[in-house]
Ligand binder design. Sequence first.
Ligand SMILES: Nc1ncnc2c1ncn2[C@@H]1O[C@H](COP(=O)(O)OP(=O)(O)O)[C@@H](O)[C@H]1O
Ligand SMILES: [Mg+2]
Length: 346
Amino acid sequence: MEFDTWRQENQPSALKDTPSHWIAEHSEPNPFNDVLPKSAFAEKKIWAMGGGKGGVGKSMIMSNLAISLAQRGERVIAIDLDLGGANLHTTFGIEMPRQTMSDFFERRSQTLEGCISNTPIQNLEMISGAQDHLGIANLDYDKKVLLLNEIQKLEADYILIDLGAGTNNNTIDFFNFADLGILTMLPEPTSIENAYRFIKSVFYRKLMTAQHLSPIRNWIQIAMDSKNQEGLRTPGDLYRKVNQEHPDLALKLKDEIQRIRVHLIVNQARTQSDVDLGFSIKSVCKKYFGIQVDYVGYLDYDSAVWQAIRRKRPVLLEFPNSQLASNLERMSHYLSSQKGQSGETE
Ligand SMILES: Nc1ncnc2c1ncn2[C@@H]1O[C@H](COP(=O)(O)OP(=O)(O)O)[C@@H](O)[C@H]1O
Ligand SMILES: [Mg+2]
């Protein structure tokens, strides 16, 4: 791991800050204790799309990745987990389906499978977000576990989950639950800050929910507060502390850290430095967290996107020969060749 070489003064402020609610939030119960093991449909792959901020292109990218997979003959179910702001159906060019996640949460449908709707695209089905104003952050523990288990039971080649904005605990749990977590960001200061905050949340939540790290959970929790009394300022400090006290657990910690993968997409790039941003985030995360950020690539700012959205048509279908469509297709090929986060959270 490289995190030893990263100097304090180079750290982006989003990595150093500890918002007051953050630690309590990330200490919530571990849902992965109650989630079924992955076996029902062994080959199924789950991708989750997150992003610290709204309007960065998560739904646009996810819907087009789903279409690209479906066009290649994969059976895909896209799930809109942007509860409260559900609009994934629009990106597929359809009206709000009659069945939504609300039917599942309110037990009008006993199964999540019962909420699946067809789309006009062959091989692609979707589950629309809830119609009420329940945000994902308000999803209680029991409902979260129920939903994770129901997603696990769905039968498809790919399940793609649009998580909506935010870095709340529930969002991060779905991100970490997925085989592949994709983070979309814009080359703008607020979005960059949010992306770092998102990655930091993924990192600590992953460690907090790793069963075999439970003996050092209190150290992890202390390290999450960058102003802690123990002087643990960075993930590197945490690692060194654990290595001093429990060298055997330091190996497990290292292993867990090295298995964390975040797949990054920079959207609406306009300049070369926008494109390069992905590389610098990758490098910072390697040095600071010791984790692998996989820079999937960038998408240019392209008027084809809003033209397609105005026509309520996905870019891939409306402008199949555009540069944007071919980049999205390349991304879907690349991502489907990735193994994903190896191993379970347990
Ligand atoms: N590459 C792009 N080029 C131009 N406009 C884009 C691009 N990506 C997204 N947009 C615009 O940003 C808006 C928000 O995209 P959306 O996918 O709804 O974001 P999110 O799901 O993250 O909130 C879209 O309506 C579209 O107009
Ligand atoms: Mg969206």
